[in-house]
Design a protein around this ligand. Structure first.
Ligand code: F6R
Length: 609
């Protein structure tokens, strides 16, 4: 999604804006631009394509301004082009704006403004807002923005400058993230914290309905509907800038795959007291299992896959009914959520628009909301009743890896907490499961070290394939979905996951000589069933890869390749099995020479519908 940066201080704004935009590249974008106050004008430079295009465009230019805005655009209204890129101005260059979100009523606003004589240079909704602010501007930029936002429908994070006021930037937020970095005699603005982590660890996180007037030595925050001034509390972020750097890895994705054992350890160590799970910090009721009669899990993409895996475990172990649904569907149906419902909203970024909307809907119906998120003070964290932070550290690659494993681990911790509340579940069995969970970070490290070379070889074969299928049953099906998503999103090879038993109801028609079928077979009680599905595809010429735990015996003629994982309770083996699938996606994409950290058309933080 679009990335916004802003700077006001005593230093060279252009280079600080570019460095901020670089840190936001992971969000996904198709054009970039900056605007800097220069000699009583606002100089705008923008370019379609990667940030490097913009950098080479401005290489020979001299910038001396100390106040400016920058933007990476992920096209929604109007195709990617130089003219549709941000920043936009009001034709005369008096008002300049960058925007993330969608203005739903921009067409009617544009019609009104056109009738008043305004002329437009782009197809974007954002340019219309620049004109709207310009039409409301006399000599007070804050007032003009305040007046204009009352007319906007949709979602926006925006930053605005006026040519005759180079001592301030006005920023507003509704349903799209925006943070202000607090410096000394300089302040920063960004869509996300990593943009300026190298310059400050203190931030104000703007909330919906807030407007900030940012000067180099002051930040004033107001409600943009009432105009009332607000006292904000600083958020201190203890990540360091290095955590958001590649640290010698070629790609963030590979770095993040390798960080998983550590990230998992951080998550567990905070919530393990005397060998028992302790979720007090999330604020969840000690007796939540009897408080709720059902659980609704909502999330998107990879986060949804973590929830699907949990559904199988929770219904099997806790005997509580669990519905899991992609948030974009949930939000537009009439779900049966009520006071007896616990909704678990799962989101790495904490800003995914559909997940936020699903959460709001369930809340309105009386459900209690528990968020699993990696982002402190994100919208989803703030609007939830309880939060379990994923503690995975900054995840920069678009394809989620370490956040996914910590989501699954968070579900594991919650299931153990639920089992603690069940009188018919023995303390001994609970202790055994907890001990298995504690072993996972170490075993995960072993899996990374022991499977990487083998996976590289398999990837060489797979990089030439047109279709790859994943099959599994039960929790292994949820894992298969994640394996297929990871592979398709970064290698662009068509890959699909099916419940193994479904193959013969249609998809088997696509299995022919040489088509890879990857089967995840961790659940011992379903191993034989899965294996018979594997035989079906093998007898039709498939190239088979079996991912299973040590101790499961199989007929070697049926499998071409095997990735054997260390033995662990099969409820938890998923966290080990996902690692070779992530590596397979990574190395296949590497051979295919894809843009691994920023796959085409995708964005890290999906803040629009
Ligand atoms: C895929 C991926 C996406 C996200 C999805 C939800 O690798 O990362 O499918 O999982 O966009 O994002 P969050 O978790 O930020 O809500």
């Amino acid at each position: 999604m679009c990335g916004i940066v802003g700077y006001i201080g005593n230093n060279d704004a252009a280079s600080i804006l570019i460095s901020g935009l670089k840190k936001l590249e992971y969000r996904g974008y198709d054009s970039a631009g900056i605007a800097v106050h220069e000699n009583s004008k606002i100089k705008i430079k923008k370019k379609k394509g990667k940030l490097d295009n913009l950098i080479s465009e401005i290489e020979s230019e001299i910038f001396s301004g100390k106040t400016g805005l920058g933007h990476t655009r992920w096209a929604t209204h109007g195709k990617p082009s130089d003219s549709n890129s941000h920043p936009h101005d009001d034709y005369n260059g008096e008002i300049v704006i960058v925007h993330n979100g969608i203005i739903e009523n921009f067409e009617s606003l544009k019609k009104d403004l056109t009738a008043k004589g305004h002329q437009f240079k782009s197809d974007t909704d954002t340019e219309v807002v620049a004109h709207l602010i310009s039409s409301n501007y006399e000599d007070d930029l804050k007032q003009a923005v305040e007046k204009s936002v009352q007319k906007l429908e949709g979602s926006f994070a925006m930053a605005v400058m006026a040519v005759d006021q180079d001592d301030r930037i006005i920023a507003v937020r509704k349903d799209s993230p925006l943070i202000i970095g607090i410096g000394e005699n300089e302040n920063f603005l960004a869509s996300d914290i990593p943009a300026y982590l190298s310059r400050t660890n203190d931030f104000y996180i703007l909330e919906d309905g807030e407007l900030a007037e940012i000067r180099k030595d002051s930040i004033d925050i107001y409600s943009f509907s009432s105009g009332e001034k607000k006292e904000k509390i600083k958020t201190h972020i203890d990540w360091d800038a290095e955590m958001a750097e590649k640290q010698g890895y070629v790609h963030f994705m590979l770095k993040e795959i390798n960080e998983q054992p550590e990230a998992l350890k951080w998550l567990l160590q905070d919530r393990l007291k005397d060998g028992q799970i302790d979720l007090r910090d999330s604020n969840i009721d000690k007796k939540w299992l009897s408080k709720y009669s059902k659980i609704h899990i909502v999330a998107c993409g990879t986060a949804y896959h973590s929830g699907l895996l949990a559904k199988y475990l929770y219904e099997e172990l806790l005997q509580i009914s669990v519905e899991v649904e992609v948030a974009s569907e949930y939000r537009y149906r009439k779900p049966l959520a009520d006071k007896s419902t616990l909704m678990i909203a799962v989101s790495q970024s904490g800003e995914t628009a559909d997940t936020l909307a699903a959460l709001r809907l369930a809340k309105k119906k009386g459900a209690d909301i528990l968020a699993f998120t990696n982002s402190r003070d994100s919208s989803i964290a703030r609007e939830s009743d309880m939060v379990l932070y994923l503690n995975a550290g900054p995840e920069i690659a678009v394809a989620s890896t370490k956040a996914y494993t910590n989501m699954v681990a968070a579900f594991y911790m919650l299931v153990l907490d639920g089992l603690r509340q069940k009188d018919d579940f023995s303390k001994k069995a609970l202790k055994k499961l907890t001990d298995e969970l504690i072993k996972l970070p170490e075993l995960m490290r072993l899996v990374i070290d022991n499977t990487e070379e083998k996976i590289k070889k398999i990837a060489e074969k797979y990089a030439e394939k047109a279709h790859i299928f994943f099959i599994g049953r039960n929790t292994d099906y949820a894992l298969a979905l994640e394996g297929a998503l990871k592979l398709k999103e970064i290698s662009y090879i068509h890959s699909e996951a099916y419940p193994a038993g479904e193959l013969k109801h249609g998809t088997l028609a696509l299995v022919e000589e040489g088509v890879p079928v990857i089967s995840i077979a961790l659940r011992k009680r379903l191993f034989a069933k899965l294996f018979s599905n594997l035989k079906e595809v093998k007898s039709r010429g498939a190239e088979t890869l079996l991912i299973t735990s040590a101790g499961n015996s199989y007929d070697e003629d049926t499998v071409d390749e095997v990735v054997e994982l260390p033995e662990v309770d099969d409820y938890f083996a998923g966290l080990l099995a996902v690692v070779p699938m992530q590596l397979l996606a990574y190395y296949t994409a590497l051979i295919c020479e894809r843009d691994i950290d920023q796959p085409r058309n995708l964005a890290k933080s999906v803040t629009v519908e």
